[in-house]
Design a protein around this ligand. Structure first.
Ligand code: SF4
Ligand code: SF4
Ligand code: SF4
Length: 309
């Protein structure tokens, strides 16, 4: 009998759903063994009954549940609880679901500040009342899924990787445990050459790396040592999959930290400041350090700091 799969998306961009498609050919085998019972990106399954006749929102029971995106509204919260109730095994899909992701950068502002800015404070916006009818109430901040309901497994990354999604689904279908997350940093899988000393000034964002096109990555100097801010030291490895080499490094680009902190309890800001200092770079060159070093992990880590504005 096919395993029943439910998927929900909250505060997201939809990239992690595209990652499911990016699984490519192995997805055909997975789909043969799966019955999708709920997935708003694919099917118009109504939450309150097909004609809106139900008072309570409901999703069908499922063996596996995937949630992408963090919780940003009361509706997301209720849906997360409903997914937890109806899904035997619940997976946080992507860094938004695991750690808040990019939407959690908004946690550096209060909800009132955000609403005021978006609906009334932009030069191109006609000042008007705030939307208040027939829309879900925003939560006070963006929450990671596990801050709202217990989660059984995490697939970080922005987006997560097709290989990780496929491996997780195949393991569940075969009744096996999911592959564990990597227990090392992006630097540990990075083949670039390190000399343990950096240029003193961090380059401006998007200034390119120095490398010889076509030459092996082992001949390129570590990007951080070139003065390019790279979050590899404070970021969990795994994006390179079976190939190993991290995704961005393969493209001569620095790691932006999308796989999130090294461990559940790690503090990316402390880890990055230590890494920068150890090669002679002054972390104070980075003006907004809390948001920069928690770019993908702001749920529970970023707070409004009104005094600094
Ligand atoms: S983790 Fe990244 S790709 Fe996935 S939904 Fe969030 S913003 Fe989009
Ligand atoms: S800082 Fe970046 S470029 Fe340098 S070793 Fe780590 S991941 Fe590679
Ligand atoms: S190198 Fe860093 S930013 Fe790029 S995919 Fe990997 S973890 Fe994400």
């Amino acid at each position: 009998m096919a395993a029943r799969l439910a998927e929900e998306w909250f505060a997201i961009c939809g990239g992690c759903e595209v990652t499911i498609l990016d699984i490519g050919e192995p997805l055909l085998d997975v789909l043969k063994q799966v019955e999708i019972v709920h997935m708003p990106v694919l099917m118009d399954h109504k939450l309150f009954g097909q004609t809106g006749e139900d008072a309570e929102m409901a999703i069908p029971a499922a063996d596996v549940g995937l949630i992408s995106g963090g919780v940003r509204s009361d509706e997301h919260k209720k849906l997360a609880q409903e997914m937890r109730k109806k899904c035997k095994f619940l997976i946080a899909l992507g860094s938004c679901a695991c750690y808040g992701g990019i939407p959690a950068l908004a946690n550096t502002f209060s909800t009132e500040e955000l609403l005021e800015k978006v609906y009334r404070g932009c030069v191109t916006t006609e000042k008007n009342g705030l939307p208040c009818e027939q829309i879900p109430t925003l939560t006070d901040r963006v929450y990671a899924i596990q801050e709202v309901v217990p989660v059984d497994a995490f697939l970080p990354g922005c987006p997560t990787t097709p290989e990780m999604v496929a491996n997780a689904l195949i393991a569940l279908l075969e009744g096996k445990p999911l592959p564990p997350l990597a227990n090392k940093s992006v630097c540990d899988e990075c083949p670039t050459r390190r000399e343990k000393k950096a240029v003193s000034i961090l380059k401006r964002r998007f200034e390119g790396a120095e490398f010889v096109p076509g030459a092996p990555l082992t001949e390129m100097r570590c990007l951080m040592e070139q003065g390019i801010l790279c979050h590899g030291p404070a970021t969990r490895a795994g994006c390179g999959g079976s190939e190993g080499t991290p995704r961005c490094i393969r493209a001569y680009m620095p790691c932006e930290g999308c796989f999130g902190p090294l461990t559940e309890k790690a503090n990316p800001m402390v880890d990055m400041m230590g890494a920068l200092s150890s090669i002679g770079l002054d972390p104070k060159q980075i003006p907004d350090r809390a948001a920069t070093f928690n770019r993908f992990s702001g749920a529970g880590r970023l707070r409004p700091i009104p005094a600094k504005r």
